[in-house]
Design a protein around this ligand. Structure first.
Ligand code: HEM
Ligand SMILES: *[C@@H]1O[C@H](CO)[C@@H](O)[C@H](O)[C@H]1NC(C)=O
Ligand SMILES: *[C@@H]1O[C@H](CO)[C@@H](O)[C@H](O)[C@H]1NC(C)=O
Length: 431
């Protein structure tokens, strides 16, 4: 069966389902989101992360859960793939999974990667479905490549630091990430692990019945961070594709970082998650140091591919009212047609050729407009997608100082001890 028709059927079915194998019903999710937004609870939970003793207790309480069953063939890394910490000249950015794969040589260690290499590496290292990786990559190449012929891009930033690379904002990279700050609030730093956000996440994992980075844990993390961004980030916007990536990233935590297969005996335990995302607890200060992404010892990837269908299912379970099967499906497709000149990468002035390249890539994995059945393009290609774009610090008026934060990852440091509540680089960068 074609991926796309399955996708459509699955998506329309999801909103009607009361809950599937541990996934929330929509009602439950909405209730949870509302609860998490409650101001009193919010403060209580933020407080939890702030106290060193509380954090140590929380972390200690999270240790020791092991997978009920693992398949030896899925042990990663495989023989011949060795961890080597990246050199400062190696390009590393916001996607900790791709960073990790480059740290082991599943991707070129210098971080300049090609479409096909990433499809292979993400499948082999994490069992990401090739439909899902292709979809992510189409948008990535569309907006971040420096060379459409080679379909290649940097995991972090290109040499000029300004255009290209996954660090590039508002294209695939987006606001409200699980454990990275918003681009504007973070003064261009959308790519280092934020200590205060991971503390918040650990706090929610400690409240999880199984002490895991479960989908519930990540839904609570999303709800709190979304309300934080709504409150403090004047440039928050909802270009559909990045919004989907954002929600997808939350679902990726349990589904890809679990030791073993999530919902089939695998555990999204602290040992696995903290190591893979590169968050190392400094017991003295109670802050998390960002270290190179690495698999923990004895780690097993999921045994079945996680592709577009399960991702969409989880995204819907996580999502708010703004997202419905219809908007997701049509936005994904129409997003391509509506990529604005502002969003296109430096090498891609020829919009028409680029877009047909992108659409053909999707046809390869079974996604096409007809199959999706999207009646109208509900997004027009205009620049009004970006709120307050001319305001100082906005999309069209970026302060020079933001570039301080846009380079490749620098490891072995603590980033964001405290929440950045002021955009436009008014807080001190590199605390
Ligand atoms: C296949 C190609 C992929 C591309 C092009 C890609 C791209 C990206 C980008 C641009 C971001 C930043 C988004 C943001 O601002 O939140 C990101 C974040 C993320 N990616 Fe990937 N990614 C890919 C594969 C993967 C895989 C295989 C995994 C999991 C095994 C993964 C897990 C994540 C997670 C969890 C985040 C959020 C990081 C955080 O804030 O905690 N990605 N990715
Ligand atoms: C993963 O699960 C296996 C099987 O239970 C266990 O032996 C191993 O220690 C676990 N690894 C991690 C990092 O949790
Ligand atoms: C892109 O890569 C191709 C193949 O390596 C090369 O011939 C071409 O000059 C490159 N284009 C740019 C703009 O760098």
């Amino acid at each position: 069966m074609k991926t796309s028709s399955v996708l459509l059927a699955a998506a329309s079915a999801v909103s009607a389902l009361p809950g599937m194998g541990g996934i929330h019903s929509r009602e439950d999710t909405l209730r949870m989101l509302t609860e998490a937004r409650d101001a009193e609870q919010l403060e209580k939970r933020q407080g939890l992360g702030g106290i060193v003793g509380g954090l140590l207790d929380a972390v200690t309480g999270l240790l020791g859960s092991v997978a009920a069953s693992v398949d030896p063939d899925n042990k990663r890394p495989e023989p011949g793939y060795k961890f080597i910490a990246p050199k400062p000249t190696d390009s590393r950015g916001p996607c900790l999974a791709l960073n990790l794969l480059a740290n082991y040589g599943y991707l070129p260690r210098d971080g300049y990667v090609k479409f096909g290499q990433v499809v292979d590496a993400t499948s082999r290292g994490f069992n990401m479905g090739t439909d899902l990786s292709s979809l992510l990559l189409v948008f990535t190449v569309l907006t971040n490549t420096l060379n459409i012929t080679t379909e290649s891009f940097y995991l972090g930033t290109d040499a000029s630091n300004h255009v290209g690379g996954l660090n590039r904002h508002d294209t695939v990279e987006c606001e409200i990430s699980p454990n990275k700050e918003d681009y504007y609030l973070g003064c261009g730093d959308n790519h280092h692990i934020s200590s205060r956000l991971f503390k918040q996440n650990v706090g929610y994992a400690a409240q999880d019945p199984n002490k895991e980075f479960s989908l519930d844990t990540m839904a609570a993390q999303y709800a709190e961070s979304a309300s934080f961004s709504q409150k403090y980030n004047p440039f928050l916007y909802y270009f559909p594709f990045p919004s989907i990536v954002s929600l997808g990233a939350f679902a990726f935590y349990p589904n890809f970082f679990s030791n073993g297969t999530y919902r089939a005996g695998g555990v999204a335990n602290y040992e696995s998650v903290s190591s893979i995302i590169g968050a190392k607890l400094d017991k003295k200060s109670g802050d998390f140091i960002y270290v190179p992404e690495r698999w923990p010892k004895n780690w097993y990837r999921r045994s079945t591919p996680y592709g577009i269908i399960p991702a969409l299912t989880d995204i819907l379970a996580l999502g708010t009212d703004n997202l419905t099967p219809q908007t997701i499906l049509c936005d994904v497709y129409d997003g391509i047609n509506s990529v604005t000149p502002l969003a296109l990468g430096g090498a891609l002035e020829d919009g028409a050729a680029t877009i047909s390249w992108a659409l053909n890539k999707l046809v390869d994995v079974g996604i096409s407009k007809t199959a999706l059945g999207c009646p109208v393009c509900n997004l027009s290609p205009n620049l009004n997608l970006y709120p307050n774009k001319k305001k100082k610090g906005g999309k069209l008026n970026l302060p020079k100082s933001q570039y301080k934060g846009t380079g490749n990852n620098v490891y072995n440091k603590v980033y964001f001890k405290d929440a950045p509540t002021q955009p436009m680089c008014q807080h001190s960068f590199n605390p």
